[in-house]
Design a protein. Structure first.
Length: 469
């Protein structure tokens, strides 16, 4: 008597279960609806531009450990409080410090004329009276490393490697070795100095500075970047077959290590405050521009993203933590010290992501997730695709500072910007606010609120991603 209804009930239940299993998606319809509202609001009215405007006008250049850095740290805390973060604090880090002095270079013979150069980060100076030596040219850093020492000894090594322009910025990797490893190679072969063609894609008469590896180099030599037109000039002189002799007069100052800070702001989670989604950017910049693209825009994008999420009627389920890393430019110093100090808490970090590739339109969504979690990215894509974003790969580093977390198995998201002209301005005096388009920043924030809100709000977690070593 009771069997039939029970059977009917059971099969009804099984059918319902089957339907649920087939359609069960990790992100609920409700969460997606909130993310969609946030996205559209960001397109309409987000204002990351005023944040990067404020940083570049009121602080400007902010190399690690400098006076500008100290003002940036104060600025960031004040701004986060004004934007409605629940908790704002700093964590101190130790950074090597350096002051740029002057860098003059001129061809002495056969065709005397001045060259536009910039010291690479942490370069030593020349002797007070300068130095004069013949140029020896190399196609790239490998050619210098492989060259016999007597070809290099007593000369100025010139690495003349061009960087290719691409939307992804992948021309940077093959070109940057001259900057990062060239001075070490030149010093080991007893060159008197290193000059490189700037790592950049422009033809402006600005040189591109940037960090080089200095640890353990016993007798460092001055290291300079030439602007692209000046590298062309030197190249054309060398093609004429006569020795080209250059005079360098460089003054820089290495200072004692000192303090800098990671600046951290949080939107505290309503259910699982100890679990965190980390979004970040780096607060430091090189000294020559105002750091609008690198990385003022990123700072503004992640701060505005958190502000918009804080405006929702309720806090997301877990904590959204914005980290403005210190001393990224000189070797991810802030991120490394953060991960070291918080290694016991890494399992509570659901994922990381960083905005550090300028202010171009976001066109690709990369991830680093366990395969079992790909459907979460697919669901996020439903909301990102209308912004002109395509699904990319699962090899995201999450950005430079994020890569330190990723190396420990933390999942990552990467909202990839169009970097076609990024390396025209990167690390030059020309990295200024006029390169930032307020409308494009709105598209950026729209994508960031979708990813950041859903990762903070979703029910499940993202697991861990096995690391290679
Ligand atoms: Zn950067």
């Amino acid at each position: 008597m009771k069997l039939r209804p029970l059977l009917a009930m059971t099969s009804g239940f099984l059918a319902a279960l089957a339907v649920t299993t087939a359609t069960a998606k990790p992100l609920s319809q409700e969460d997606l609806s909130v993310a969609e509202v946030l996205r559209d609001r960001a397109l309409e009215s987000s204002d990351a531009y005023s944040i990067v405007e404020s940083l570049t006008v009121e602080v400007g250049p902010r190399p690690a450990g400098s006076e500008g850095d100290r003002r940036a740290v104060a600025w960031a805390q004040e701004k986060m409080k004004a934007l409605g973060f629940d908790r704002v604090y700093t964590e101190q880090i130790e950074v090597p410090r350096w002051n740029r002095g002057h860098a003059h270079a001129r061809v002495v013979s056969p065709f005397p004329q001045p060259l536009v150069v910039s010291s690479l980060g942490y370069s030593v100076g020349t002797p007070e009276e300068g130095l004069t030596a013949e140029i020896v040219e190399f196609a790239d850093v490998s050619e210098l490393i492989e060259a016999p020492a007597d070809k290099v000894r007593g000369k100025i090594a010139f690495i003349n490697k061009r960087m290719e322009r691409t939307r992804t910025g992948e021309g940077y990797g093959p070109a940057v070795g001259g900057r990062s490893r060239g001075m070490r190679a030149a010093a080991e072969k007893e060159a008197v100095a290193l000059m490189i063609r700037s790592v950049g894609t422009d033809s402006d008469r600005f040189a591109h500075t940037g960090m080089m590896s200095i640890d353990g180099v016993e007798e460092p030599v001055p290291a300079l970047a030439l602007s692209a037109p000046d590298a062309n000039l030197l190249e054309a002189m060398l093609e004429r077959g006569q020795p080209v002799v250059v005079n360098l007069d460089v003054h820089n100052q290495r200072l004692e290590d000192g303090p800098s800070f990671n600046v951290i702001g949080e939107i505290t989670g309503r259910e699982k405050p100890e679990e965190v989604m980390i979004i970040g950017a780096h607060l430091d910049s090189w000294d020559e521009g105002t750091g609008a693209l690198d990385d003022g825009a990123g700072v503004a994008i992640v701060m505005e993203t958190a502000r918009m999420i804080a405006e929702l009627p309720q806090r997301p389920r877990r904590t959204l933590r914005v980290i403005l890393y210190g001393a990224e430019e000189i070797g991810l110093v802030g991120a490394k010290q953060y991960v070291e100090a918080h290694q016991d808490e890494l399992d509570n970090i659901i994922a990381v992501s960083e905005s550090d590739f300028g202010a171009g339109k976001i066109w690709r969504f990369d991830t680093r997730l366990p395969e079992t979690k790909f459907d979460i990215a697919d669901q996020m894509m439903q909301l990102l695709a209308p912004l002109g974003i395509e699904r990319g790969n699962n090899q995201s580093s999450g950005g430079p500072d994020s890569s330190v977390f990723v190396a420990r198995g933390v999942p990552a998201f990467g909202l990839y910007q169009d970097g076609t002209d990024y390396f025209d301005y990167h690390h030059t005096p020309n990295d200024t606010l006029d390169k930032v388009d307020p409308e494009i920043l709105k598209q950026n924030v729209a994508a960031w609120v979708v990813m950041s809100f859903l990762a903070s709000e979703m029910e499940g977690d993202l697991g861990r991603v096995p690391t290679e070593n």
